[in-house]
Design a protein around this ligand. Sequence first.
Ligand code: NAP
Length: 266
Amino acid sequence: MEQIFAAAAPVRTIHVAVITGASSGLGRELALQLAADPRIDEFWLCARRSERLEELAARLAKPCRILAGDVSDPVWIENLKARLAVDKVRIHILVNSAGYGKLGSVEALGEELNGNMVDVNCAALVRISSVCLPYMQDGGRILNIASVAAFLPQMDFAVYAATKAFVLNYSRALHRELKARRITVTTVCPNPMATEFFDVAGESPKVAAFKKLGVEPVEGVAAKALRRSDQGKELSIYGAPAHAIRILAKILPHNFILWAEGRLGM
Ligand SMILES: NC(=O)c1ccc[n+]([C@@H]2O[C@H](COP(=O)([O-])OP(=O)(O)OC[C@H]3O[C@@H](n4cnc5c(N)ncnc54)[C@H](OP(=O)(O)O)[C@@H]3O)[C@@H](O)[C@H]2O)c1
């Protein structure tokens, strides 16, 4: 007797872009520039301000999942893990842009702020990458947002600069580790950009000094980062001043750099 089985409809794999820090600045801009990428079917947008994420989702013209919450909250990480396990998506690109810096001496900022900068900029980024890696598509992309601050120690921005040095070194090693899976990790090292970053960082004469180093356009930083990522490059640095800072920080003794920062009010 002939038996006829209805052919199961092929299950289409959904290719996802997971973007943290999507509510503002560089993360938001990267999401907007990725909207037309045919390799992405769906966006997972992450940040604390859900209304901002909803506003972005309305502009992306692709399905979006909003994962609102604090990336350093273990409950939020568990939710991400659970969502990935249930949806069984493949991640085409992971963008770790959530981050912040507070200006001020280590002593003045105190335990809570110093510790939280490390939790958000470093620990959460590492946890999110670890949770996402099993779901990353071979040949996929990770963009980790560091800063030019990664290249040198900075007084009164000590913890922030150190968190970005961590992101840079971690990401470069991860880039090598993932070679066999053809997953590239591109570390983005912007100079100051006109985002909400300095509203959060706080008032300081240092801000004007930082901005004298050259304010980079967030659209240009994002476009270059995506281009470098597609080329499989491990670093994306936008402009000549940022390149110069990287080279000087390699050549000059860091004691001298700290002395010069003091003299220049940076
Ligand atoms: N702007 C600059 O001058 C500059 C220069 C070099 C590097 N960077 C780096 O670039 C990245 C993006 O910064 P930006 O310039 O775009 O600044 P921004 O406009 O202030 O954006 C920061 C993003 O991070 C999110 N975020 C911060 N803390 C979070 C937390 N605990 N949980 C979840 N999301 C959190 C914010 O969302 P919610 O507030 O909605 O949670 C926001 O979407 C950061 O890693 C920053 O360190 C910035």
